[in-house]
Every structure is written in structure tokens, then in C-alpha cells.
Write a protein that binds this ligand. Sequence first.
Ligand code: HEM
Length: 238
Amino acid sequence: MDLLQVYLDNPRVTPDLDPNNVDINYIADSLGVYVFASMYTTSNRTATALYDLAWRKEYVQELYEEAQEINKQCNGNELTPHDFNKMVKLDSFIKESFRNFDDILGLPHMCIVKSIYTFKNGYQIPKGRMAFLNFLDTHYDEGIQGKDPMKFYAFRHLERNASATKIERNLTLFGDGKHSCPGRFMAVNQIKMVLHNVILKYNVTTETGKIPPKKYFGPVLNRVYDGLVFERRKDSVN
Ligand code: HEM
């Protein structure tokens, strides 16, 4: 998708589709929002995955072995898209971090049918009503997540062969349908890049070493924790 082209093809931004009469301010503002939103979401999710790495010690050795193998194969050179594809355990770990850590409500969408929309369960909402998704409903449903949905199990997605970028009903982090996030491939690769390098070089812990209970502020998950501690691995590569 070329975002600029989307605006140039939109008569509300480009009246009569005249390229000499484009609402430049609107485009600049919108691009600014996308830049901010994509950086915030990616860095926020990277931080969450780092905490999961610090808290879930039982997965570190396996992730370290995978990272070492990939590092050996690429001779310590820059990572290529092919190398990112090989990080299958890390991919599943990141996806589990996505699943395990989310707000209760999100992804607001407006009802745009002509008058009234009827859900499968008979509940009705009028045109113009905002509807929010209940993430807990899908993210912790045993029927779609498999055994022990409340438990952080890093390799559950690997066992289903469902990568972190795959759009599916049981993980709504990147939305759904034709407007689902097109930046998710870049985001997941960035998170992989950070974690891959951290795993190779550091043992990560937190100041208290304890996993704090989840605290919600209304429907929003509170993300304030103690500090992360990075200790150089004795067997660290370069
Ligand atoms: C972990 C990081 C990210 C998360 C959680 C995230 C999440 C989302 C969500 C939930 C949507 C709305 C989907 C829907 O309405 O169904 C979206 C849309 C979008 N995202 Fe992301 N995003 C992330 C990173 C990025 C990055 C890095 C970029 C760009 C490089 C990006 C670009 C976009 C764009 C352009 C849309 C609008 C798509 C459309 O309306 O057709 N996102 N994202």
C-alpha cells in the first residue's frame, strides 16, 4: 500500500483528483500521526517482550541456542530477512508476549451500516455507534488458544505454525480484515532484531526478579514496572 497514493485518490483530500490542488497540511498531519503511532507501538511492544524475557527464565536457554545458531550461520554479519524467518522460537515467544499483555478493550470501530447492525448473538447497535473489541475474550479463550490460556507458554504459536505477523481471529493486536496493520512485518522484525542481539549478549533480569500482578487502569493495562538489569554474558559473542 502506498499511503500517499491513498490520499491522492481521495477526493476529500484531493478535490476532483486534481494533483495541483492537494490538501498538503492534511497529508502532513496524517503522516505525522502514522509515524508517531508506529514508533510508539513498536517500542512499547519491544519493552514488553524484554520484560517477558527477564521474567520467563525457563525459555532463555532455548532462545539463546536458536540465536547462537543463526548468528553462526550468518557469520556475525548483518541480519537478512532470511535470518529473521529462521527465528521461529523467538517469533512464537514474541507472539505470546503480544497475547499475554494487552488492554481489556481496544480497536474502536464505527458502525457504518445503513441503520442497525445485528451481531450473531442478537445484540443490535445503530449506525454511528462506536464498538470496542474485548481482547480478553479472544486472548484467553481455551477453545482458540489451546491448553492453559492464562499461562504464558512461549511456543504455543510455533506448535500451531502461526507466525507473529499472521492475521487471525485469536490475536487482534494488528487488527483484522483489509485494514489490518501493514507495518506488522517491519514491527515484528524490529522486535526480533532487538531481542536477538540482547539474547546473544546479555542476561536480562529485573531489579526485584518478580513478575508483578497485572494492574488495570479502567480498560487499560498499566505498564509501570521496576527496572531492567542487563548483565553481560560471560560467553557473549563480540
Ligand atoms: C507492534 C507494533 C504495531 C502495532 C501493535 C500496530 C497496530 C495497528 C492496528 C491495531 C491497526 C488498525 C488495524 C485495523 O483497523 O483493523 C494498525 C493500522 C496501521 N498501521 Fe500499525 N501497528 C504497529 C506497527 C506499525 C508500523 C511499524 C507501521 C509502519 C511502518 C504501521 C503502519 C500502519 C498503518 C499505515 C495502518 C493503517 C492501515 C489501514 O488503515 O489500512 N504500524 N496498526
